[in-house]
Design a protein. Structure first.
Length: 94
């Protein structure tokens, strides 16, 4: 698996979150990447860098050497954000 920019779109209950979690598992199992799963809500606030940092702390142990792996950020429920929030996050991730 070679992750790039991937968008998963579909209707409610179509399996988007399940597919995102499969990507997370496959990337983690490869031992080449550091997948970071972030799920948004419609009342989202804050900087994406802080969300990534917090997600890494929640998903990995303190001994994980984050710099040894390419981080792959998996954004779930991104569609719940307004256009301005989406654009800001995409800009910050570049």
């Amino acid at each position: 698996m070679n992750p790039r920019n991937i968008i998963i779109a579909g209707g409610d209950q179509s399996g988007k979150t399940s597919l995102a979690k499969v990507f997370y598992s496959k990337l983690y199992e490869s031992r080449q990447y550091l997948p970071v799963y972030i799920c948004f809500s419609s009342r989202e606030t804050g900087m994406i860098a802080n969300k990534i940092s917090n997600a890494k702390k929640e998903q990995y142990s303190d001994t994980t050497n984050f710099e040894s792996f390419l981080s792959v950020i998996i954004l779930d429920d991104f569609y719940l954000l307004n256009d301005r929030q989406q654009q800001k996050i995409l800009y910050d991730l570049e």
